[in-house]
Design a protein around this ligand. Structure first.
Ligand SMILES: NC(=O)c1ccc[n+]([C@@H]2O[C@H](COP(=O)([O-])OP(=O)(O)OC[C@H]3O[C@@H](n4cnc5c(N)ncnc54)[C@H](O)[C@@H]3O)[C@@H](O)[C@H]2O)c1
Length: 252
């Protein structure tokens, strides 16, 4: 069972929108060595650029006073980028951020299970698939080491992290993931997964509100603009349902 003090090397599977941000905070804020694996060198070069140079990357964060110089250097020096799955073999925690397709996630975890040391924790950043279904094809031992870690986009800015457990997850593993998240500056909510649902806290609550918003518009009771305006000015939501923006530009 991996405890917080056992975690030193984190793997990130998929260096897209979410994977780059996760690698960035785990190295810059929590000080972990991170290895990102993706499918082409071009994508990996892009991930590196995202972490270092782009809008939410560490250089601009330092310029804006959001990140210390030493933290930025950690993200530049301690993140490796690889095409080889074997480079994740000695990871203590792997966070998967490949596209939102259940079969793909099941397949990549099955493949990882055969390559990575048995005590390594597997976590999926799925937006909403049932974690137990994603874990379907891994070994029984790994199922105890399997949770969801759902981050919010853009990861360097949005502090939310949901740690999702199945009825097979070891509670101590979930605690380790919570502690890792907190080390990376996250505000962690714990939540269980449930068969037949999609989404955990964030996306289920938002989906329910979005359904109501659409219903109000469909019933001809208010315009989309007026629904958005009410939520932005009455609840301080930075953005609402139909594309209107409130203070979203001020979040960083
Ligand atoms: N984008 C968001 O706002 C957001 C927010 C929260 C959660 N998520 C979830 O995070 C996950 C990733 O989303 P994203 O927006 O970062 O997607 P993305 O398409 O930007 O990135 C996915 C990356 O995974 C790579 N990939 C595909 N197969 C792979 C494999 N076998 N091994 C390694 N890499 C592989 C792709 O090449 C791509 O670079 C999804 O499950 C999504 O639902 C997304």
């Amino acid at each position: 069972m991996m405890r917080l003090e056992d975690i030193s090397h984190i793997g990130v599977l998929g260096g897209g929108v979410m994977g780059g941000g996760i690698a960035q905070i785990m190295s810059a804020l929590a000080g972990y060595r991170v290895t990102v694996r993706d499918l082409t060198q071009e994508i990996l070069d892009d991930t590196r650029d995202e972490v270092t140079e782009r809008k939410w990357g560490v250089k601009r964060a330092v310029e804006r006073g959001k990140l210390g110089f030493d933290q930025a250097i950690r993200a530049i020096e301690n993140v490796s980028y690889t095409l080889n799955l074997e480079d994740l073999a000695d990871c203590d925690l792997i966070i998967e951020a490949v596209p939102e397709q259940l079969e793909l996630k099941q397949a990549v975890f099955k493949e990882l299970d055969g390559v990575v040391k048995p005590e390594c924790i597997f976590a999926s950043n799925t937006s909403g698939f049932v974690i137990k279904e994603i874990a379907r094809d891994v070994s029984e031992e790994r199922k105890r080491n399997f949770v969801g870690m759902h981050f919010s986009n853009p990861v360097p800015v949005m502090k939310m992290l949901e740690v999702i457990t199945t009825d097979e997850s070891d509670p101590e593993v979930a605690e380790t993931c919570k502690a890792v998240g907190e080390a990376a500056g996250r505000a962690v909510s714990m939540v269980k997964d449930k068969e037949g649902t999609y989404g955990f806290i964030l996306n289920r609550v938002f989906a329910a509100a979005a359904r109501e918003a659409k219903q109000i518009v469909d019933d001809g009771l208010a315009s989309p603009e007026d629904v958005d305006k009410a939520m932005i000015t009455g609840r301080n939501w930075p953005a609402a349902f139909f594309g209107s923006r409130g203070g979203i530009g001020k979040q960083w």
